[in-house]
Write a protein that binds this ligand. Structure first.
Ligand code: NAD
Ligand code: UGA
Length: 470
């Protein structure tokens, strides 16, 4: 039996350790955090995050070999393997502000591990970190004169929110980076053995430390790049009567391109894509690779443009003003099946709509509480309504920003009847049945194809809309 500790009980630490505990009943897994409220929630029926299947996994292992605790020091002392899954946000101050990763939580954790250890341990980077962070960590941890040695490994996490449990249960790969020394390879084997309880051995990939660290940033950069690429093409589709869904299908059937991550929309959100790309950009700049840095930075710039141009489309279509108009925002989460609103395009779009003096009412099946916190500074200029039917009542427009299936399955005929006419729907996720909604009387503005309007649009419309039907 091994004593496994995870420091950081967030979106990654909680679900990953729950799945490890489920599959490794012979190991004791403890998850600690400085946030007492969060730990209390992990020990309750109301878990701090919403993830399909998470509750079942937690309930199976909690109290058996899975424990959530705020006793960090004692648990460090007892652990043989320590995963570190603290947050690594973008730095907001000093050198590299706005781009570099803020490593203060990570470094504090390393020092706390050092202060509370009397025996050698394996320390695993689970957080996403700049390439070569492990080197600094090794120096801090192994600067002791107590004769104890720390192996630092990189085991980046590739799970996506909303599918965290499914991704952990059947990962495309598990990546473990370590030193090529015998110490290092023993440590790599110890971590690989944990995953081998349920992951096929051929999916457990071992590399050198720096490749593992850089692979994580690269994977996120490539995924985000695909979204920005298809969104760039969506803009061209809107001007040319091509349909981005058809274009995506056509290119996705090329096996070299593949059909995943080609869904055009209002832009990518989530806590990681933007921060990880900016981190990559910063690294390139530090290594004097300025052209390479500009190349990746453009992925983020395209995403910012996408959100801004989406709001412009709304204002343009609604006769150049949304001041005083009620707008129902359907979806606050950055994607479906999560309560997470970090970097959600919905939050930026809400702010831009308020800027235009619209009366914004937000609804979301799981993320309303988080959205309320994110937008608290806007006071009563944004309201929050759990019932989408009530949110849309008296609205001039519905703006769909999260691809929740339940939002696509609403009774839109009834909703239409309660809205101010002409009623608009702006589909920022292309997840609604556009033709059906048009038949019900809505003016429908999809992403990356021409709008379905019941009236003649202005020829000089800034978004350059053309008409599909009259
Ligand atoms: P999170 O903010 O949800 O959780 C981090 C937790 O660490 C918080 O609860 C915080 O209180 C705790 N913490 C911070 N400093 C601490 C300390 N010194 N001691 C104990 N606890 C401390 O973050 P997250 O979304 O779980 O992300 C964690 C890391 O994993 C990040 O590097 C992120 O880039 C990466 N990652 C995230 C995802 C994801 O889907 N969210 C996926 C893959 C990788
Ligand atoms: C992403 C990666 O998919 C994970 O592999 C990675 O571990 C994680 O980041 C991380 O490092 O944090 P996540 O952000 O949870 O996972 O969710 P995604 O499914 O990647 O979606 C990100 C954003 O892109 C969402 O806003 C989503 O709506 C958008 N998206 C996704 C599109 O606009 N189009 C697509 O085709 C796919």
């Amino acid at each position: 039996m091994a004593n496994i500790l995870c420091i950081g009980a967030g979106y990654v630490g909680g679900p990953t350790m729950a799945v490890i505990a489920k599959h490794c009943p012979d190991h004791r897994v403890v998850v600690v955090d400085i946030n007492e409220e969060r730990i209390a929630a992990w020990n309750s029926d109301q878990l701090p995050i919403y993830e399909p299947g998470l509750k079942e996994v937690v309930e199976e292992a909690r109290g058996r070999n899975l424990f959530f605790s705020t006793e960090i020091d004692r648990n460090i002392a007892e652990a043989e393997i320590i995963f570190v899954s603290v947050n690594t946000p973008t730095k907001t101050f000093g050198r590299g502000a706005g781009k570099a990763a803020d490593l203060q939580y990570w470094e504090k954790t390393a020092r706390r591990i050092l202060d509370n250890s009397t025996e050698s341990k394996i320390v695993v980077e689970k957080s996403t970190l700049p390439v070569r962070t492990a080197e600094a960590m090794e120096r801090i941890l192994n600067s002791n004169d107590r004769g104890i040695f720390f192996d630092v490994l990189s085991n980046p996490e590739f799970l996506a929110e909303g599918t965290a449990i499914a991704d952990m249960e059947a990962p495309d790969r598990v990546l473990i980076g370590g030193r090529g020394t015998s110490w290092g390879s023993n440590a790599v084997t110890a971590i690989a053995d944990i995953y081998a309880h349920w992951v096929p051995k051929e999916k457990i990939l071992t590399t050198n430390l720096w490749s593992a660290e850089l692979s994580k940033l690269t994977a996120n950069a490539f995924l985000a790049q695909r979204i920005s690429s298809i969104n760039a093409i969506a803009n061209l589709c809107e001007r040319t009567e091509a349909d981005v869904t058809e274009v995506a299908r056509a290119i996705g059937m090329d096996s070299r391109i593949g059909d995943k991550f080609l869904k055009a929309g209002v832009g990518f959100g989530g806590s990681c894509f933007k921060k990880d790309i900016l981190n990559l950009v910063y690294l390139c700049e530090r290594f004097d690779l300025h052209e390479v840095a500009r190349y990746w930075e453009q992925v983020v710039e395209m995403n910012e443009y996408q959100k801004a141009s989406f709001v412009s489309k709304i204002v343009d279509a609604m006769f150049n003003t949304i001041a005083g108009k009620r707008i129902a925002v359907f979806g606050a989460a950055f994607k479906a099946h999560t309560s997470d609103t970090r970097e959600s395009p919905a939050i930026d779009v809400c702010r831009a709509l308020v800027e235009e003096q619209a009366e914004v009412v937000v609804t979301d099946p799981e993320a309303l509480a988080n959205a309320q916190m994110d937008l608290a500074d806007l006071g009563d200029r944004v309201r929050f309504e759990p019932d989408p039917m009530a949110a849309a009542q008296g609205a001039h427009a519905i703006v769909l920003l999260t691809d929740w299936p339940e939002l696509a399955e609403l009774d839109y005929a009834s909703i239409h009847a309660t809205m101010v006419q002409p009623a608009f729907i702006f589909d920022g996720r292309n997840s609604l049945p556009h033709d059906e909604l048009f038949e019900l009387g809505f003016n429908v503005v999809p992403t990356g194809s021409v709008p379905l309007m019941h009236f003649q649009d202005r020829p000089n419309s800034r978004a350059g809309f053309s008409l599909r039907r009259h």
